[in-house]
Design a protein around this ligand. Structure first.
Ligand SMILES: Nc1ncnc2c1ncn2[C@@H]1O[C@H](COP(=O)(O)OP(=O)(O)OP(=O)(O)O)[C@@H](O)[C@H]1O
Ligand SMILES: O=P(O)(O)OC[C@@]1(O)O[C@H](CO)[C@@H](O)[C@@H]1O
Length: 312
């Protein structure tokens, strides 16, 4: 086992993936196959890190019967977990795979309400589990009741302990989180467009905005672009990265697999070229798995050299 990563999932989910022949809007859709996986972005990051033999712990908030069921899934995956259990119900997120189009449509619930008192209890739990951590991953949406500056507060807390942080969130929580200058961020292209309030028509425009994030104090930026790959940059170098061809099964968790490989690379002080290859191999191989299943160490290492890198 190597070092320690802590992943935060304040709004976890049971991901229910169903397969149908062809989506009939307003009609009856017969489900051909289905599966349930432990989900939520930080939990997916922890699943990949476990496969990379990293000493990882998952934390967050779970609720009710569904929450206990989620913890049982985590236990089956042998992932060390330290979640606050509260009243209410952990959400179910429905992912519908349309076989005719090989396309996934996602329906994500809001999540269960977290009271001020429960958040205070979670703050205390976090204070305890943030010890001996090298990298802290904060990702995904936040449930009702929690303010949008939560990631900002937690990044500041982690930085005071010299822990490197990775932020993967969107909207207001990303905007506020950025004020605390996380070590790395991984928005997808739509989240970056939303943040800067523009539509990109070239890589050059994306790179301009990535530079703005670096000027704000972020050390490493990855902008993922689905099947188009990603752009990765630090203060001195920028790469356009393209994945290898695959048969896509479910891209759910692909971004999280990138974040996991990013944590692994940062922890081991790898250079930007290694990082670009590893995160892309991880994200791409996860897209070949059904439901919210993730890539293995072998999946990643066997395919890293198929990733195409271009320095820009
Ligand atoms: N259709 C695809 N073909 C090949 N690789 C893909 C495809 N979709 C995703 N990937 C791989 O996964 C990475 C992350 O994808 P994406 O940009 O969709 O992340 P995301 O929006 O954060 O995903 P999520 O939030 O569902 O985890 C891409 O950079 C790419 O390497
Ligand atoms: O609603 P959020 O928190 O933005 O995203 C939650 C989610 O869609 O993200 C993961 C994939 O990245 C899934 O496991 C999960 O259902």
């Amino acid at each position: 086992m190597m070092n320690k990563v802590l992943t935060l999932t304040l709004n976890p989910a049971l991901d229910k993936t169903v397969e149908i022949d062809s989506l009939e809007h307003g009609g009856l859709n017969r489900i051909r196959e289905g599966r349930i996986d432990a989900g939520g972005k930080g939990i997916n990051v922890a699943k990949v890190l476990k496969n990379l033999a990293v000493d990882v712990r998952a934390t967050g908030i779970v609720a009710g019967h569904q929450g206990r069921s989620l913890l049982a899934y985590m236990n089956d995956l042998d992932i060390e977990s330290d979640f606050l259990e509260i009243e209410g119900e952990t959400r179910t997120n429905l992912k519908v795979y349309d076989r005719s189009k090989s396309e996934i449509t996602e329906f994500n619930e809001n999540g269960t309400f977290v009271s001020e008192e429960n958040l205070e209890r979670f703050d205390n739990l976090l204070e305890r589990v943030l010890n001996d951590v090298e990298v802290f991953v904060l990702s995904g949406s936040i449930p009702p009741g929690i303010d949008s500056d939560i990631y900002k507060k937690y990044i500041e807390k982690a930085k005071a302990k010299n822990i490197r942080t990775i932020l993967d969130a969107d909207g207001e929580i990303f905007r506020k989180g950025l004020e605390a200058k996380p070590y790395a961020v991984k928005p997808n292209i739509h989240e970056l467009e939303q943040f800067f309030g523009r539509k990109y028509s070239s890589d050059k425009e994306v790179v301009e905005d990535i530079k703005k994030l670096i000027d704000r104090g972020v050390k490493l930026v990855v902008v993922s672009m689905g099947g188009e790959g990603s752009i990765i940059a630090n203060e001195t170098e920028t790469y356009r990265v393209r994945p290898f061809p695959i048969e896509v099964k479910s891209t759910v968790g692909s971004g999280d697999s990138m974040v996991a490989a990013l944590s692994y690379s940062i922890m081991n002080n790898h250079g930007i070229e290694f990082i670009a290859k590893w995160i892309t191999s991880a994200g791409t191989m996860t897209a070949t798995k059904e439901g919210t299943q993730v890539c293995s160490f072998e999946d990643i290492s066997k395919n890293v050299d198929r990733v195409y890198l271009e320095k820009i």
